[in-house]
Design a protein around this ligand. Structure first.
Ligand SMILES: [Zn+2]
Length: 359
């Protein structure tokens, strides 16, 4: 989906070094295909956002290729971090640490990355230690979904709340949970995998990307919604049907649903509201388990977010469906809203978790 059409992204104002409060923390957000590096001050104000490419230019994007091995990635990150600090003339002693957000979990004993689905060749590499050896700062590991959640907790939509769950809706459903400033990582790093909450126990429930059936992600991720759409338009009238051709990719279908729903197509709107209902069913399980102060929704599948009437309708439907199913006291207390940091949440949160680790 085009980011400007269906995501809600509000960048915090970039601060100059002069108007910032040291120490500074560096956040590194490693995605499936690129790495983003940024600097924040002690209050979470972003100082400079940079993306690095494969020649080490921190202003561009590093496209992670299959041949980019983890040691090379560490060297690129190190070069970009040094370049950033030099350019901003920040003394080494004013940097408190680095948060490394990875789309993976880490074995706490061996400190090796475990099973990164999008970066399989990085498995079993002790990336925090390798990066720390190059940069000479402490490096704190965080899972990317937890890092994004911490960003929203620290300086985003959940600022001032005691706890939150962030659901990032996109190709999959990433979830991060923060309670009293701590990321819920679990015994072996799989804490908060809420995209795989079971919402349908039928034998023929939709198949999730993880290989199991009936998971929240199978219904509310981009692929899940696309599959439900293809099934529905076979039997129901909709303007979507004429726009789906043999060339249409599954990943493009949610965008079609979004535009057609905005244009008044009844079935498209029904699909959006049905997505809200499935999400609410998953959220209710979360509420009864954690009783979080706040549940935030981010990612590309938020139908324009707060600025769009459809996004507002999507959110209202989730709240309505939650109220039908949750304990009234919990449903009345919880704040359900959109996340605001967009793609910056990952590096800001990773930096915040590095700051938290230093306390
Ligand atoms: Zn699953």
């Amino acid at each position: 989906m085009p980011a400007n059409a269906v995501t809600t992204v509000e960048c915090r104002t970039l601060h100059s070094v002069k108007e910032s409060q040291p120490p500074f923390y560096i956040g590194v957000d490693v995605g499936g295909t690129s790495i983003k590096i940024g600097l924040v001050d002690d209050f979470g104000n972003p100082i400079e956002t940079g993306e690095i490419n494969d020649d080490g230019n921190h202003r561009s994007t590093l496209i992670i290729k299959t041949e980019t091995n983890p040691q090379s990635a560490c060297e690129l990150m190190s070069a970009a971090i040094h370049s950033l600090l030099n350019r901003l003339q920040i003394e080494e002693k004013l940097v408190g640490g680095i948060g490394l957000g990875l789309p993976a979990t880490m074995d706490k004993v061996t400190r090796q990355i475990r099973r990164p689905p999008n970066l399989p060749t990085w498995a079993e590499f002790a990336m925090c230690d390798a990066l720390a050896a190059l940069v000479n700062y402490p490096v704190t590991f965080c899972n990317d979904a937890n890092a994004a959640a911490y960003g929203e907790y620290w300086v985003g939509s959940a600022n001032g709340q005691s706890s939150l769950a962030l659901l990032t809706l996109g190709t999959g459903i990433g979830t991060g949970i923060i309670i009293e400033g701590k990321s819920l990582d679990g015994a072996i790093g799989y804490g908060g995998e809420c995209g795989h909450i079971i919402i349908d126990s039928a034998d023929d429930a939709l198949l999730c990307g993880c290989g199991q059936r009936g998971h929240l992600e199978a219904y509310c991720s981009a692929a899940g919604m696309a599959k439900r759409t293809l099934s529905l338009i076979m039997h129901r009238h909709s303007s979507i049907r004429a726009k789906v051709t043999p060339e249409t990719r599954l990943a493009d279908i949610p965008k079609l649903v979004y535009y057609e729903a905005e244009g008044g197509d009844e079935l498209a709107l029904e699909i959006v509201l049905e997505t809200a209902k499935y999400l609410a069913i998953g959220i209710v399980s979360l509420l009864h388990t954690l009783d979080p102060a706040c549940v935030l929704l981010g990612g590309a599948m938020t139908f324009g977010g707060k600025k769009s009437p459809l996004g507002q309708q999507f959110l209202s439907q989730i709240v309505k469906e939650v109220k039908l199913r949750a304990f009234p006291a919990i449903a009345e207390n919880v704040l359900i809203d959109f996340a605001i940091l967009g793609s910056n949440a990952g590096y800001i949160g990773a930096a915040g978790l590095a700051r938290e680790a230093k306390k």
